[in-house]
Design a protein. Structure first.
Length: 110
């Protein structure tokens, strides 16, 4: 059992546990002694701030935890999954990226 106990659910296509946003908010409330409402507001503020920062193509670095950034993905040719023989042009895009920091890697590894 992890941080959030046995209420987690197994995803049907993978053998891994998934945590819902509400379960995450509950864990933040528990660890920070905030009310569920205040923890929910804090989580929403964090997500909004990360989103707004990445929209402006800036980078967020949490030393030891990781770095949120954006990357340019070039246009490329792909295959239509509904019709495997059909080629489709995938346009260039800017995508979000996360790089784990050394402390997070060590915590997950150990």
């Amino acid at each position: 059992m992890g941080l959030l106990g046995s209420s987690r659910f197994l995803t049907p296509d993978k053998e891994e546990w998934q945590v819902t946003k509400q379960e995450f908010v509950d864990a933040v409330a528990s660890k920070s002694n905030l009310s569920r409402r205040d923890a929910g507001a804090a989580v929403e503020a964090f997500l909004d701030t990360v989103t707004d920062t990445l929209k402006s193509r800036d980078t967020i670095t949490f030393t030891g935890f990781g770095k949120f950034s954006t990357a340019a993905r070039a246009a490329r040719e792909g295959v239509n999954p509904r019709n495997p023989g059909q080629k489709v042009q995938i346009p260039a895009a800017t995508v979000p990226k996360f790089s784990a920091g050394s402390q997070l890697k060590s915590a997950v590894k150990g």
